[in-house]
Design a protein around this ligand. Structure first.
Ligand SMILES: Cc1cc2nc3c(=O)[nH]c(=O)nc-3n(C[C@H](O)[C@H](O)[C@H](O)COP(=O)(O)OP(=O)(O)OC[C@H]3O[C@@H](n4cnc5c(N)ncnc54)[C@H](O)[C@@H]3O)c2cc1C
Length: 387
């Protein structure tokens, strides 16, 4: 018997009982609660907020953190959660990635004890939502050039500036905002009702339509001193969050790629042209073979990355390799599936084009494909070629 389509190298055998069980639970939740609504959510450009309490109940928010009501799972389990969420849609995985890796993680790693106690248990349950503001209109790949500033004034910080392309921006109760101070870049917790804080939804997106994306504005926002993340220290702090999130992305996009492969195989077995299923044509089989091989290679990268992470040996350049490779192959799988589906592939009746459009964002955010090439180039040569 041939190996299973979505587990060609029988990686399942390397997973433990808890990892398999978590994947099964998340898979069932996604099938029951997300798949039936995702196509419409994408088409209407809305994030399906109604799933948030269930994500919390299942322990999927900030799942890798320990204590404070978080599940404390290992990195393989965390990766499998991201994979199953993105099998539905990159926008759903983005919600969970931002909440866990970009908001809960910096509070956990750089926050005070009272900040952790105040936010983490509520965020794990999905009762409070967060967003992460690093990108600015004029500073995307070079966040170190940010213009947002925080100046100390008595017992408050005064924040001025703007952020853009912020996931969860209009639904967030708290924004982790990175700003320049006289001591360098620091992180601040900006609560949604702070006077001078505004958020506006970004419309007309052709990608990540089932995700909330916003611009944030800070006009003389006065933030209590205790809302500074005390252990945040320079650009390496937000970059540390991105390293966490990128491991989840490397796993997550596999979910989208696997959904596409499954759709491509099923469709090609059923679509008849020239009196034969198109699956019987060598050119179609070559495309399927390529997708399956790339997915398998990407699964192995993820597995080893998670092992390195849990043993404390993971290097950010290894994360860059996995993010860069896996997003690129997932996007290629989505495009090939769209191709195999012919004209039907351009409709939302199938998943391929939705994944394809979403993955264009994933190719760009959390370090563009090119930026990760430069990180790898620096790791290999010792020479930074960013500027
Ligand atoms: C839907 C969506 C959600 C997002 N969510 C968030 C979020 O929650 N929080 C947040 O802070 N940000 C978020 N982002 C922003 C994202 O991280 C940025 O878009 C990304 O960092 C790239 O920045 P940019 O779009 O300004 O592109 P630019 O930096 O302007 O890059 C444009 C092009 O130039 C290339 N380039 C840039 N510099 C170099 C160089 N040195 N050498 C070679 N090529 C180079 C890039 O690779 C790219 O091809 C999101 C973006 C999207 C689309």
């Amino acid at each position: 018997m041939a190996p299973p389509m979505l587990d060609f190298y029988q990686i399942d055998e390397l997973l433990n009982e808890e990892q398999r069980l978590t994947r099964k639970t998340v898979r069932a939740f996604v099938d029951e609660s997300i798949m039936p609504i995702i196509s419409e959510a994408f088409e209407t450009g809305t994030f399906p907020k109604e799933i948030i309490p269930q994500l919390g109940k299942l322990g999927l928010l900030g799942a890798s953190l320990k204590g404070y009501g978080c599940a404390g799972v290992d990195s393989i389990t965390y990766g499998l959660i991201m994979q199953e969420l993105e099998r539905a849609d990159s926008g759903i995985r983005s919600f969970a990635s931002v909440q866990g890796a970009l908001v809960m993680y910096p509070i956990y790693a750089y926050g005070s004890e009272s900040q952790k106690e105040n936010w983490l248990p509520r965020m794990a349950k999905g009762e409070a939502i967060g967003c992460f503001g690093l990108t600015e209109p004029e500073h995307g790949s070079d966040p170190g050039g940010m213009k947002t500033k925080a100046v100390k004034d008595g017992n408050e910080w005064v924040l001025n500036g703007s952020k853009t392309w912020i996931t969860n921006g209009t639904i967030a109760d708290v924004a982790v905002v990175w700003a320049k101070t006289e001591d360098g870049i620091r992180g601040f917790l900006v609560e949604k009702d702070t006077p001078g804080f505004s958020s506006a939804k970004i419309d007309h997106k052709a990608s990540m339509r089932a995700s909330d994306t916003a611009e944030l504005g800070f006009d003389n926002c006065r933030i209590p001193l205790e809302n500074l993340l005390p252990e945040s220290n320079g650009l390496k702090s937000p970059l540390g969050c991105l390293t966490q999130a990128r491991t989840g992305i490397a796993w997550g996009v596999l979910g989208a790629a696997m959904a596409c492969l499954e759709e491509a195989v099923t469709y090609s077995q059923n679509r008849i042209q020239f009196d034969k299923p198109i699956a019987s044509f060598q050119l179609v089989q070559a495309k399927l073979a390529h997708m399956s091989t790339e997915i398998t290679k990407a699964q192995l990268l993820c597995l080893r990355l998670a092992q390195l992470k849990d043993s404390g040996k993971m290097h950010p350049a290894q994360v860059s390799m996995a993010k860069r490779n896996n997003v690129a192959i997932a996007l290629e799988c989505a495009r090939l599936t769209r191709d195999i589906l012919g004209a039907n592939g351009i409709t939302y009746d199938y998943q391929a084009i939705r994944h394809m459009l979403n993955l264009e964002t994933v190719y760009t955010y959390e370090g563009t494909n090119d930026i990760h090439s430069l990180i790898l180039g620096q790791a290999l040569t010792g020479i930074a070629a960013f500027a």
